[in-house]
Design a binder for this molecule. Structure first.
Ligand code: SF4
Length: 98
């Protein structure tokens, strides 16, 4: 299950935190912290360029991408990747471990 509601842009309520478990501290170092999360969740086929431009200047991009890849985040832009790109990364990793 993806951690919907845990995107780095989003403040986390106690209830959300307990529902999704541990949340990484790097979220608050993200370039998107506290910004409009809608930008990071474009409609299917929508423009993700604004979100990706923010990610490009983020100091925790690698942590964020790995978290989303390993956590199977299935929505939104994380670590300058779309879900489609994260699926490709997972596939590559599975094949390299095989
Ligand atoms: S890489 Fe992008 S989504 Fe992740 S914390 Fe940084 S700005 Fe936010």
């Amino acid at each position: 299950m993806g951690a919907v509601g845990a995107h780095p842009t989003r403040a986390t309520t106690e209830g959300t935190a307990s529902m999704i478990g541990h949340l990484p501290a790097w979220r608050e170092d993200g370039a998107c912290w506290g910004s409009n999360s809608d930008v990071f969740f474009p409609e299917k086929g929508g423009d993700a360029s604004e979100a990706r431009a923010i990610c490009e200047r983020c100091d925790v991009i690698n942590e964020c991408r790995d978290f989303a890849v390993e956590g199977h985040e299935d929505k939104g832009v994380w670590g300058n990747t779309t879900e489609r790109q994260r699926r490709a990364i997972r596939k590559e990793r599975r094949e390299s471990y095989a």
